[in-house]
Design a protein around this ligand. Structure first.
Ligand SMILES: *[C@@H]1O[C@H](CO)[C@@H](O)[C@H](O)[C@H]1NC(C)=O
Ligand SMILES: *[C@@H]1O[C@H](CO)[C@@H](O)[C@H](O)[C@H]1NC(C)=O
Ligand SMILES: *[C@@H]1O[C@H](CO)[C@@H](O)[C@H](O)[C@H]1NC(C)=O
Length: 340
């Protein structure tokens, strides 16, 4: 199928999107003020549940907004993350210039969980090892230096760049422009699968954490726990919008997001199967001349238009209204427990 044949002229699409955006904003302005007036605060079931939830158990302070979330103290979780040095600046959380690395390396290294870290840079590998020896000397730390020339994800770069270079392809910076950014997102699922397959993960659960996820966070160390409502056999993500089963093309062309790629957690076996299905999603999209980030791949996999039927359910966590300052990281904060 020739996807290029059905692309709208770019400026027509642009004004359509602008008009839709304006309508959406107006809707939320009007609806928001109505809702505020009509709402009896704290009497519906959801509010009560949230209040109870906020008042019990372990909690931590978040800098912006001071919201407290309880975190169950079950701690059998390995953290997997990565940083790829490509010597260039790309907006995003996994792949930036070195100062981004410098700001975040210490924060990640403080995590009081087993840590598996992938990088293509021997210098960065050495620094992370040093940080871990200083902060968490008694915990498992596996630092893996990978050659991105041998990587499945990085090997897709020429094909993805060709997709991005199609006439009329949408221009969302950087996810539909810079193939390095896109492949670094796919690499998450490659290194996660490798961490599990190699036997380095020795816990019941495993989580992925984007390298820069705690960049606005201050404080000493923290640990990652498993919320007690995490469902066995599923992979949990933060949900941003309900899955409306859009077409794969709309997901990419309108930059739609269902769940957030920065953090996910699940039982090891479920995550492993999920990573295999993820690859199938990437190859399906490439075959159909579509690509963007892991968020669009996952949406495509779990939209009913996809014919490969992913085997693992995604459990979604949606931020309550009290957490509206940082809804994209809600599940990450549910799992985070500060140490004092
Ligand atoms: C992508 O990464 C490679 C290094 O692997 C680098 O040489 C190249 O300049 C990067 N491309 C862009 C567009 O950033
Ligand atoms: C990766 O491949 C490029 C081009 O073939 C080569 O110049 C470079 O040295 C390789 N890098 C490593 C780390 O093997
Ligand atoms: C954590 O999980 C591993 C692997 O299943 C198990 O051997 C270990 O006993 C668990 N540890 C705790 C504290 O539950």
């Amino acid at each position: 199928m020739d996807w290029r044949g059905i692309v709208c002229p770019r400026n027509y699409l642009g004004s359509l999107i602008r008009a839709l955006l304006l309508i959406t904003i107006l809707f939320f302005l009007v609806y928001g003020s109505l809702e505020q007036r009509c709402k009896e605060p704290g009497t519906n079931k959801k509010d009560i549940a949230i209040r109870e939830f906020l008042s019990k158990g372990e909690s931590f302070q978040r800098r912006s907004g001071d919201i407290q979330l309880p975190v169950e103290h079950v701690k059998n979780v390995t953290v997997v993350t990565a940083f790829f040095s490509l010597g260039n600046f790309i907006k995003g959380t996994l792949l930036r210039r070195e100062d981004f690395y410098q700001q975040n390396a210490g924060k990640i290294a403080m995590v009081r969980n087993p840590l598996i870290f992938y990088t293509n840079s021997p210098e960065i590998a050495q620094q992370i090892t040093f940080f871990r020896r200083s902060y968490q000397p008694s915990l498992q730390t596996d630092v893996i230096i990978m050659n991105i020339n041998d990587s499945w994800a990085f090997g897709l770069r020429p094909r993805i760049q060709a997709i991005f270079n199609q006439d009329g392809y949408p221009k969302y910076h950087p996810q539909t422009i810079n193939a390095n950014y896109s492949v670094a997102m796919h690499a998450k699922y490659e290194v996660m699968a490798d961490a599990i397959k190699s036997g380095r993960v020795r816990t019941t659960h495993v989580c992925w954490m984007d390298f820069g996820i705690w960049r606005n966070e201050e404080g000493e160390g923290f640990e990652v726990g498993i919320p007690n409502d995490v469902i066995d056999g599923q992979v949990a993500y933060t949900e941003i919008e309900a899955n409306s089963n859009p077409t794969p093309r709309n997901i990419v062309y309108l930059d739609m997001v269902w769940v957030v790629g920065a953090f996910f957690i699940g039982r090891v076996e479920a995550v492993q199967t999920f990573c295999t299905d993820y690859r199938r999603g990437v190859h399906w999209m490439i075959k159909h001349f579509l690509m963007s980030t892991d968020q669009q791949v996952i949406y495509t996999l779990y939209s009913k238009h996809f014919k490969l039927n992913p085997r693992v359910h995604i459990q979604t966590y949606r931020a309550p209204p009290e957490f509206s300052h940082s809804p994209w990281y809600y599940l990450a904060y549910r799992c985070r427990r500060a140490l004092h």
